[in-house]
Structure formats: structure tokens, C-alpha cells
Design a protein around this ligand. Structure first.
Ligand SMILES: Cc1cc2nc3c(=O)[nH]c(=O)nc-3n(C[C@H](O)[C@H](O)[C@H](O)COP(=O)(O)OP(=O)(O)OC[C@H]3O[C@@H](n4cnc5c(N)ncnc54)[C@H](O)[C@@H]3O)c2cc1C
Length: 381
């Protein structure tokens, strides 16, 4: 690691951190990335990439896609299954270990100095209180900008005094991945709204599948395993041999809050920007990683005096989209059976849902700004 310091240090090598680091380095910044885990690492996740997510990628990951279901069978208490066939693009199903490794390789290829197995434990400050670097078990990594991409339990957010209310709004989700049971659909996903303020899912992944359940209703947290077991039983989805069930928080968006302080920015789950209806987080992690790189580059260049433009950009552009999903959740989770029934009867609603999920229609016009393999920022710091 550079003894003189880096332009930016990124903490966390998931989609948010890898995207921010790769984009900064592509524009000429000197970037270090610290990752606690040894890669490839697994991450509790369904591994579903919506078109919103894969259209934001700077690289081609199509060889990692294990299934592209266009059909989703929806159910709710006493209703369904209702078959929804997407006229838009399919959802891509990937394994997170492979997907995240690919993004990190891209960052390395762009010149990012990556250290795995190195947890960040704190922020180092100057006597005036300014953040000058990240403290790790191997010493301090000094940088002009610190990007916290360290997930739901972000050390950087805590140390920077950001997202102080993070314990108030998150989805708790469990998932398991294993061999696809005989008879389980190969080309269709299942989503069941039979759970208070949440849903259970089945995602096909070729010879594998991912099954999970999540909710933000705290009273349901301790029943999640039994919800998962009932979903598996009711749909004949027993996996042999039974895989390990793993779980994690999904920090869903809870309204406007600062996502930067002085020279520190938060991206992805560290920033709490997953959508509050589906708990989709990968697209939002990539998009905030891109925004962070954009604003950090301007700051490093001296074109802006601070990083406040980042919070404004996220709230202005993603905030509109996230408010839309908050409203959808407010309705659907109050009357899930009625919502699924309405969807089954109305072509208009089906088209709207289809377009919203694919990002084709969004209040923020944030998605589809670049096609896969699209250009990276081409300026130098
Ligand atoms: C069960 C479940 C299912 C989900 N399914 C989907 C889905 O199908 N589709 C979807 O879009 N989203 C899904 N999500 C949400 C999605 O997984 C997250 O929103 C997404 O991974 C966020 O990316 P990130 O880069 O911000 O964080 P992460 O992917 O969590 O990456 C953070 C990285 O930081 C590292 N780290 C943590 N602490 C430190 C530290 N102190 N020092 C250094 N490194 C550190 C971690 O090891 C990790 O590699 C799901 C979430 C869960 C829990």
C-alpha cells in the first residue's frame, strides 16, 4: 500500500465498492480497496439481477447467468398462482460468489490495488478531526476520500456518524441455494406474498435454485425459518441434500438522510438504499457506486469544494424511484391478496408492473443510462 496515501480508499468489495473503485481508477485516480473476506466469497442473496442492474454494468457478465426466467408465478393467501409473463427483459440469475469476483477482477484490471482478508476497523482523524484514512489490522491506509461500501453493518457509517437510525428500517431475509428439486420449474420464478410485509421466493438457476424469505415486520423475524419451511413444503421444493440456510439484513431506503460527511461517502447497503418493496439492492449498489465515483472525481479535481453533491444526486435521482417502491409496498403489503387479484385481472397493471421491474418506466429516469459494456469516465485526476 502506498505510504504517501491514495486519492481514494474504498472499504468493501461487493458490487457497490467494486463499481466505485473501478470507475475512479478508470478515470486516473489512485485507488485502494480493502475487503474483509477472502474472495471469492459468498453473500446471502437470491442472486437475481433485474434489467435495472445488468444495464448499469460496465462489463459483460452474460456467461455467469444460470437462468433467465421471464415468467413469475405470483401467489398470496387464497389467490393464485397468477402467471405473469414479462414482455420486457428477463431477470438474470447469477451466483453472487462468481458475480462479485468478476466485478472485483474488473476493478483490479483498471488498476485498483485490492487487499482481501483486511477488515477496516475505524477511521483515522487528524488533530483537527478530519478523516485522513482507514485503520485496519495491518495499519492505516491514508486517502483523500473514503468510500464506505462495507454493507449492512457498515463500520464506516458508524465511525463517520452517518445513518444513525439504521437499526429502524431493514428487511431480514433468509436464503438457501442447492440442487433444483425434480419437478421444480426451470424457467419460472415463484413469489408468494403469504407473509406479513414480505414474501418468499424461488429462483431457478439451471441445475441449482435459490429459495428464500424476507420481511421488515419485526414480529415475524423469529418465525422466518418456519415461513421458509412452509413455503418449501407447500410448493414441493425440498432440496436434497438440504443446503445451509443463511440470512442477513437488507437495509431498505427510509427517506432523505445525509450519505456523506466531509470526505467520507457511503454507497450500496452501507448507504441503506435497497428498494423497500422487493428488497432489491444490487442495482442500487451499482448506481450509488457510479454516483460516488462521479462526485469524488470532481472533488479530487478541485472542481467542487465538498462531497455534498453526492447526497443530493442520490436523493434526487434514486429518491424518486425509491419513493415509488415505498408506495407500492405500502399498498401491496396491506392487501396482498387483493393486489395479486387485481394484477391477475388487469392488463394495464401487469404492463405497469413489468415496466417498473425492468426499469423501463421509472419516476427517476435513472436506469438504462448506459448499455452493458458502456463507457467509463475518461478524465484524469
Ligand atoms: C437473503 C438476501 C437475498 C437478497 N436477494 C437479492 C436479489 O436477488 N437481488 C438483489 O438485487 N438484491 C438482493 N439482496 C440485496 C443485495 O444482496 C444487497 O443489497 C447487495 O449485496 C449490496 O451490495 P453492497 O456492495 O452494498 O454490499 P455487500 O454485497 O454486502 O458487500 C459488502 C462487502 O464489504 C465487506 N466488508 C464488510 N465489513 C467490512 C470491513 N469492516 N472491512 C472491509 N470489508 C468489509 C464484506 O465482506 C462484503 O464483501 C438480497 C439480500 C439478502 C440478505
Amino acid at each position: 500500500m502506498s505510504p504517501v496515501g491514495w486519492d481514494a480508499v474504498v472499504v468493501g468489495g461487493g458490487p457497490a465498492g467494486a463499481t466505485a473503485a473501478a470507475r475512479l481508477a478508470a478515470a486516473g485516480a489512485r485507488v485502494a480497496l480493502l475487503e474483509r473476506a477472502d474472495f471469492p466469497r459468498d453473500k446471502p442473496c437470491g442472486g437475481g439481477l433485474s434489467p435495472k442492474a445488468y444495464h448499469l454494468l460496465d462489463i459483460d457478465v452474460s456467461d455467469l447467468v444460470l437462468a433467465r426466467p421471464r415468467v413469475v408465478r405470483l401467489s398470496a393467501p387464497h389467490v393464485g398462482p397468477v402467471v405473469m409473463a414479462s414482455r420486457q427483459e428477463a431477470i438474470w440469475m447469477v451466483r453472487r460468489a462468481d458475480f462479485d469476483q468478476r466485478l472485483l477482477d474488473e476493478a483490479a484490471g483498471r488498476g485498483v490495488c485490492i487487499s482481501t482478508g483486511v477488515p477496516a476497523v475505524g477511521l483515522e482523524r487528524s488533530p483537527e478531526g478530519r478523516v485522513v484514512g482507514v485503520i485496519t489490522s495491518r495499519g492505516t491506509v491514508r486517502a483523500r476520500v473514503v468510500i464506505g461500501a462495507d454493507g449492512a453493518d457498515s463500520v464506516i457509517a458508524r465511525q463517520a456518524g452517518l445513518r444513525t437510525g439504521r437499526e429502524t428500517r431493514y428487511v431480514l431475509a433468509l436464503e438457501m441455494e442447492g440442487r433444483r428439486p425434480a419437478g421444480a420449474p426451470r424457467d419460472a420464478a415463484l413469489i408468494d406474498f403469504g407473509l406479513c410485509r414480505g414474501y418468499a421466493w424461488y429462483f431457478p438457476k439451471g441445475d441449482l435454485c435459490n429459495i428464500g424469505v424476507g420481511t421488515d415486520a419485526r414480529a415475524e423475524f423469529r418465525c422466518l425459518r418456519s415461513h421458509l419451511a412452509s413455503f418449501v413444503r407447500d410448493h414441493g421444493l425440498e432440496i436434497h441434500p438440504p443446503p445451509r440456510v443463511i440470512g442477513h439484513k437488507i437495509p431498505v431506503w427510509r427517506g432523505i438522510e445525509p450519505l456523506h460527511r466531509a470526505n467520507v461517502l457511503l454507497v450500496g447497503d452501507a448507504a441503506g438504499v435497497a428498494d423497500p418493496f422487493f428488497g432489491e439492492g444490487i442495482a442500487y449498489a451499482i448506481q450509488t457506486g457510479r454516483f460516488a465515483a462521479e462526485v469524488a472525481l470532481r472533488f479530487l479535481d478541485g472542481r467542487v469544494p465538498d462531497l455534498s453533491g453526492y447526497t443530493r444526486l442520490v436523493q434526487k435521482v434514486l429518491g424518486r424511484d425509491l419513493r415509488f417502491w415505498t408506495a407500492v409496498g405500502w399498498v401491496v403489503y396491506r392487501v396482498p391478496s387483493l393486489a395479486v387479484l387485481a394484477l391477475s385481472r388487469s392488463r394495464f397493471l401487469q404492463r405497469l408492473a413489468d415496466q417498473a421491474i425492468s426499469g423501463e418506466k421509472s419516476f427517476s429516469h435513472t436506469w438504462r443510462s448506459r448499455a452493458p459494456g458502456g463507457s467509463s469516465p475518461g478524465r484524469s485526476v
